[in-house]
Design a protein around this ligand. Structure first.
Ligand SMILES: Nc1ncnc2c1ncn2[C@@H]1O[C@H](COP(=O)(O)OP(=O)(O)OP(=O)(O)O)[C@@H](O)[C@H]1O
Length: 251
């Protein structure tokens, strides 16, 4: 079996006595879409923060492509090909979709913000931004101010921003949150396209999306991984069903 692209070993995050993620060990294989599900407050977002470098861990190890990145900063992780998109809309409404992605390319590549750089650099940035937008199906909306995009298009824009640094692995925190049925279908189709060439770790509450997209699913309950398996086997797992007892979404 191929070496895992991302490996978490006994990762923990606590705030004083409150343990939010606890002995989390899991491996993400190259090319897979690995979903992390769990009831509200299970620690999913915290875990993504730990992996992306936004939050330091209190114990454990994070390996990416075989390298120990536990103590690297977020920009250092981004440089190695580990990127994330955000649950909270973090786009600049007055700038076009393309400018939003171009700024992300510039910021994440470590350069300072410069709206009027030299012409060839700007052309390169815009070219990369356009590629990212086309990849998420927003090419035709590149010049629209981001604030005028629909909610679903904003979620697609966030994905494009996530792609801006050409990651090997993309961490996605609830990319379907707040989308209507048609919009969510579009985002799911985009994720299906992306998963053919990227490794993805996906946190998502929409179980239809999770079970149709994921190669494997890990279930987090009270900060602990209680199962990692194929979607079919996770759905049948009695411990998982008990954790979701009364939750219609899982049935
Ligand atoms: N900075 C903090 N200080 C104290 N407690 C925190 C902090 N951040 C998160 N928590 C607590 O950690 C727990 C896990 O939160 P987290 O947001 O990671 O869960 P989640 O699984 O992503 O939840 P949801 O599905 O509702 O988004 C919650 O009980 C939360 O209140």
């Amino acid at each position: 079996m191929a070496e895992p692209l991302l490996e978490l070993r006994s990762l923990r995050k606590n705030y004083g006595a409150l343990v939010v993620t606890d002995h989390v060990s899991l491996s993400v294989r190259p090319g897979e879409l690995h979903a992390i599900i769990g009831p509200n407050g299970a620690g999913k977002t915290t875990l993504i923060h730990q992996v992306s470098g936004m939050l330091p861990s209190n114990a454990g190890q994070i390996l990416f492509a075989g390298e120990d990145i536990t103590h690297l900063s977020m920009p250092q992780r981004v440089k190695r090909g580990l990127a994330r998109s955000f649950q909270i809309t973090s786009i600049l409404p007055g700038f076009s979709a393309m400018e939003n992605v171009a700024l992300a390319v510039q910021a994440r590549s470590g350069s300072s913000f410069r709206f009027f750089g030299n012409a060839s650099q700007e052309k390169g940035l815009n070219g990369t931004a356009m590629d990212c937008l086309s990849e998420v199906g927003l090419g035709a909306r590149a010049h629209i101010p981001a604030g005028l995009l629909s909610h679903g298009e904003k979620r697609q824009l966030e994905l494009a921003i996530g792609l801006a640094t050409k990651p090997k692995l993309l961490l996605l925190d609830e990319p379907l949150a707040g989308t209507g049925h048609d919009e969510s279908q579009r985002v799911v189709e985009t994720l299906r396209r992306l998963k053919s060439r990227l490794t993805i770790v996906l946190i998502e509450h929409d179980m239809d999306a999770v079970f149709s997209l994921a190669d494997r699913v890990s279930v987090l309950v009270y900060g602990r991984v209680i199962a990692t398996d194929t979607p079919e086997r996770v759905r049948e797992n009695p411990e998982v069903r008990a954790a979701y007892l009364g939750d219609e979404e899982m049935v």
